[in-house]
Design a protein around this ligand. Structure first.
Ligand SMILES: Cc1cc2c(cc1C)N(C[C@H](O)[C@H](O)[C@H](O)COP(=O)(O)O)c1[nH]c(=O)[nH]c(=O)c1N2
Length: 210
């Protein structure tokens, strides 16, 4: 039996407050096995029918990393073109990935064809497979922060292109590309809020009572 006391709860809350999406990484490498440890923690996450549909690809190959960075640049240029005026000018100043600096690159997929879990919970909501993978990424994000390691989620990518670059099975759906490394700074405020792109709103704005 494990009990969590008030001190732990306070620290846990601090972990939620101080977890950040990190795009600015220091150059120093991650300790040996750090990404493997994060993956092991991620595998403790809830998953529909205990299907554990998460699939991880540690991307170390320099040519594949370069191709991912090139894809990000192309997608980010396209995204910029979707804005105009002041919003476009502001978008252009944002740093939206740490792909070039991050010592760790980790792609995460959802295996849509796996029999693990025997389909339990997925019949009416097949998208619960993807939800399970996102739950695992969240666990990894927090576990990383607890070790002082920063994680940045990059979605400004073309999923088909990432599939081809990483040469993974067709049944794997691309969920996330994660940059992992030590952050340049720690902060309790989202970078997009600091950049005045958007501000964080409170729970009352998103909660209904019926
Ligand atoms: C599914 C998904 C996809 C993305 C993100 C997040 C999530 C959940 N975020 C990070 C996002 O901007 C960030 O979480 C919010 O701005 C809130 O900041 P904190 O995470 O609290 O620091 C993100 N950030 C970024 O710079 N480039 C990106 O492509 C993405 N993509």
């Amino acid at each position: 039996m494990v009990e969590f006391d008030d001190t732990f709860r306070r620290h846990l809350h601090e972990l939620f407050v101080w977890r950040r999406d990190v795009r600015r990484f220091r150059g120093d490498p991650l300790p040996e096995g750090a990404i493997d440890r994060l993956i092991e923690t991620a595998c403790l996450s809830p998953s529909v029918g205990l299907s554990q549909p998460w699939r991880f690809v540690i991307v170390d190959d320099a040519a594949r990393r370069r191709n991912v960075i090139d894809d990000f640049k192309a997608c980010n240029a396209d995204a910029l073109n979707c804005y105009s005026g002041d919003r476009a000018a502001r978008y252009a100043t944002l740093k939206l990935s740490g792909l070039e600096q991050a010592p760790g690159h980790l792609a995460v997929f959802a295996d849509k064809a796996s029999d693990i879990g025997h389909g339990l919970g997925r019949a009416t909501m097949p998208e619960t497979t993807e939800y399970s993978v996102v739950a695992a990424i969240t666990a990894m994000w927090l576990a990383a922060r607890a070790e002082g390691i920063g994680l940045g989620w990059v979605s400004i990518l073309n999923p088909d292109r990432i599939h081809a670059i990483l040469d993974v099975p067709d049944t794997w759906k691309f969920i996330a590309y994660l940059c992992i490394g030590y952050p340049e700074v720690e902060c309790d405020q989202p970078e997009l809020e600091q950049a005045k792109w958007e501000h964080r709103r409170g729970a009352n704005e998103f909660t209904l009572r019926r």
